[in-house]
Design a binder for this molecule. Structure first.
Ligand code: NAG
Ligand code: NAG
Ligand code: NAG
Ligand code: NAG
Length: 294
């Protein structure tokens, strides 16, 4: 595995003082893409959780994940993209990424578009799980990720078949599985909250109140609601509280912070202008609806 520093250094000659995004070769974009996945795999991802200048993300990166929401800035992205899948001992549905296979790839200018099948070792469910992620990634002149868009392909299907694939729930009845999963996930979130969200970061009066809220007062959530006011969303964010309790505790609390909330409608989500750079290369579609107006 090549180190990020080496990779970055070898691109420096490509920087030219012209306007607009840098123009990289296909070969360079392929290397940047594979470098991203090399760092995504466990245990390489452990080194990316804490933000340093070696981060694979640019300081002001803008990211979006369709099943969750948008994530601004380097610190948040390091924690979510690398921290979420780096805890084999903590209960999680997906576990840790151990291998990847890029099955589709095109690249132009500073943009790489790939489909990657990632093998996750779901250490909690004791299964190996293929997860398909479609990504669009744009790199700045230093080879760092300046914006990305990730789509979890077939994710709804995966969530639906996961329990029976795992066979860990002692039943294949969807309602029973859901009920067991609800208890399991709520207990996991409450445990993290109890351990890390204390003092001024306190979210729940007690473990009981936490469990009551998560199992009775908020919904479980559909596969596309990992960024909504759901238990499913808090399950995702529970992995982050240990990194920065002050930032992340509210996400697993009753308010959901600004992460587990029902803030945007379907249409608002689909039509939101979010990206500084157009995803259409070489100026062919600079003013499309996803591009921020300058
Ligand atoms: C990239 O290539 C395009 C099209 O050839 C050109 O207009 C633009 O100036 C180039 N940008 C850089 C940063 O070199
Ligand atoms: C990240 O930083 C924290 C606080 O400085 C430290 O306790 C932790 O060990 C670091 N983690 C890694 C993986 O370097
Ligand atoms: C990708 O998957 C194919 C088919 O299973 C396998 O032959 C190949 O070695 C894999 N490539 C990588 C880089 O893992
Ligand atoms: C998956 O994780 C389990 C538990 O840590 C480990 O025993 C197993 O060897 C791992 N499987 C693979 C293919 O890495």
């Amino acid at each position: 595995m090549r180190s990020l520093a080496l990779i970055t250094a070898s691109y420096l000659p490509a920087i030219v003082a012209a306007a607009g995004p840098p123009n990289f070769t296909f070969d360079t974009l392929w290397s940047l893409q594979t470098n991203f996945w090399d760092n995504f795999l466990y245990p390489a991802n452990l080194k990316q959780i804490n933000t340093t200048d070696d981060s694979i993300f640019a300081k002001d990166v803008q990211g979006r994940v369709d099943t969750t929401r948008t994530f601004p800035g380097r610190e948040l992205n390091n924690e979510y993209i690398f921290g979420l899948f780096s805890q084999p001992e903590t209960f999680s549905l997906t576990g840790i990424p151990i291998a990847y296979n890029i099955t589709q790839f095109v690249a132009s200018q500073n943009i790489a578009s790939a489909t990657t099948v990632i093998t996750f070792n779901s250490t909690s469910l004791d299964i190996l799980l293929p997860l398909t992620i479609d990504t669009w990634i744009a790199f700045n002149a230093d080879g760092k990720i300046i914006q990305y868009d990730a789509v979890f392909r077939w994710f709804g299907w995966l969530v639906q078949v996961l329990p029976e694939t795992a066979g860990k729930f002692g039943t294949k009845d969807p309602a029973e599985v859901q009920s067991k999963l609800t208890t399991l996930l709520a207990e996991g979130v409450c445990e993290m909250s109890d351990k890390y969200c204390t003092g001024e970061n306190l979210q729940y009066e007690s473990k009981e109140q936490c469990k009551q809220f998560l199992t009775k007062e908020t919904r479980f959530g559909m596969p596309h609601e990992l960024g909504k006011n759901t238990l499913f969303c808090r399950e995702v964010h529970k992995h982050m509280v240990q990194y920065r309790p002050k930032e992340h505790c509210s996400h697993i609390g009753p308010s959901g912070g600004n992460m587990c909330v029902d803030d945007k409608s379907y249409a608002e989500t689909v039509m939101e202008a979010y990206y500084p750079q157009s995803w259409v290369a070489y100026g062919y579609g600079d003013d499309n609806m996803w591009v921020l107006k300058h």
